[in-house]
Design a protein. Sequence first.
Length: 266
Amino acid sequence: MKAPFCTMQAKNKIAENYRQKLDELPFSYELMQIETTYGDTNIIITGSANKPALVLPAGTDSVISFTMAITIELANDFRIYWIDFPPRSNQGTEFQLKFEDDSYGEWMFEILSRLNVHNAVLAGIEFGGFIALKTLTFDEKRIARVFLITPAGIVKPSRFRYFSKVFFSVIKFRILRKEKLTMDMFRIPLISEIEAVKIQTPLYIFTAEDDQFYPANRLRKRAKKLFRSLKDVHLLNEGTTKAAINIYNSGTTRNKIIETILKNEL
């Protein structure tokens, strides 16, 4: 399979950033590697073992700050599992899974099984939201609630917004630093109606009007049509062109997500 990093320099830089983020956590954590059919996966675990499980698929490198912010806020209320993909820490196996089949769902189910996690709260942002949806369509029996923040996989990304707000910054970033992951958000397929009908787990979605890929009006409309178990779609009024950075920097936005998760905890 194609390696997820552009260059070895990019891989090492992202791994360094990953470790720096972990060092910023104001509490202890455990590192674990889980063997799966697709390769060894790095897991970061923190929080009390007697608390409910909160599973955070990390998605792309841009959402590490989001994952860290949520972890800091909820570490006293949950046993938290960061699911690292790809292995930014330079541990585990480099791999990419197929978007079109059940690979992501099977991969996550294997991890949850090996961790012996049940009744988990699953939260994903952007590509992590796509991973969460594929987990549900494969086998949702270990999941109790799902929170999706501007998720991929429900509507196609807005090419107009991308090229008007993001494209030239990305090109400059690649040329100057060559640290971008080779993730192409336009290749991610939509969850089909056949897949969506399988999902019975309560879903909560957060969206932003000015999101760079998935503007609120389009995402809300298809989500309400697609998911029978959808409980609510929350509008992030402070939405920016980079939802992950906004959530990390904006206390109001971050608190809205955290309060919703806690309010709907089993």
